[in-house]
Design a protein around this ligand. Structure first.
Ligand SMILES: [Fe+2]
Length: 224
């Protein structure tokens, strides 16, 4: 489904796709946000989830500079190779996500490593990689300062951090990442998430202490 307000013209187009997330023997139905950043000529796709045809509709006839994966959970990467092949684009993923990636794509590696501080330019927009371990070891957010937005993957949502109750995750790490690297961005920065609705840094910042209290008593905060 391409959202009506998000015709494929840039600078930010949102596509929502549905499928499942599986890890540690469980499977859950999920809807994922796929973010397409750029202009009318070229784009970067953040996460390739569930439905390559729907994502391709959102891209339209634009060139895909890169497919950047915020992390290696299957719901965020399951269409990565198909999308990359269709648009002749490289797949980028942080190296620490390799064990998760391999669960979905054992015979295909990402094309390039995604590292902290990497800057990608597309359609006059700069995206800077901010590595935010916790939800997974190499979870990575993309910050577009010019657009006043950060694409947070499954690290930060409206209402709290992503889940840390499953393999390869760490609650203490995600809290450090959020407090040190995301909530230090300007308060009006729009947080565009991997699932669900957007929020802002200023909306979430006052609740950090509550999340820490809540999270220390539960194995995970969200089913993602
Ligand atoms: Fe995830």
């Amino acid at each position: 489904m391409v959202l009506p307000e998000s015709q494929p013209t840039g600078p930010i187009d949102q596509v929502v796709t549905s499928g499942t997330f599986s890890l540690d023997g469980g499977t859950w139905a999920v809807m994922n946000n796929v973010w397409i950043i750029g202009d009318e000529k070229e784009v970067i796709v953040i996460d390739a989830s569930h439905d390559v045809e729907t994502i391709a509709e959102g891209i339209a006839d634009r060139r895909v500079v890169a497919v950047i994966c915020t992390h290696g959970h299957n719901d965020h990467v399951n269409q990565g190779p198909a999308l990359a092949d269709r648009f002749d684009a490289p797949i980028l993923l942080n190296l620490a996500e390799a064990p998760l990636w391999m669960m979905t794509h054992p015979d295909r590696k990402p094309d390039r490593e995604l590292s902290d501080g990497d800057v990608f330019r597309v359609g006059g927009i700069s995206l800077r990689a901010i590595v935010t371990p916790g939800h997974s070891p190499g979870s990575t957010c993309l910050y577009a300062q010019d657009l006043g937005t950060v694409f947070s993957g499954d690290t930060l949502f409206k209402g709290g951090p992503g889940v840390t109750g499953r393999s390869f995750s760490s609650f203490d790490s995600i809290i450090d990442s959020i407090s040190d690297r995301l909530l230090t961005l300007p308060g009006d920065t729009v947080v565009r998430t991997g699932h669900g609705v957007s929020t802002t840094v200023g909306t979430e910042l006052p609740h950090l202490g509550d999340w820490i209290l809540r999270g220390r008593g539960t194995p995970g905060l969200r089913r993602r």
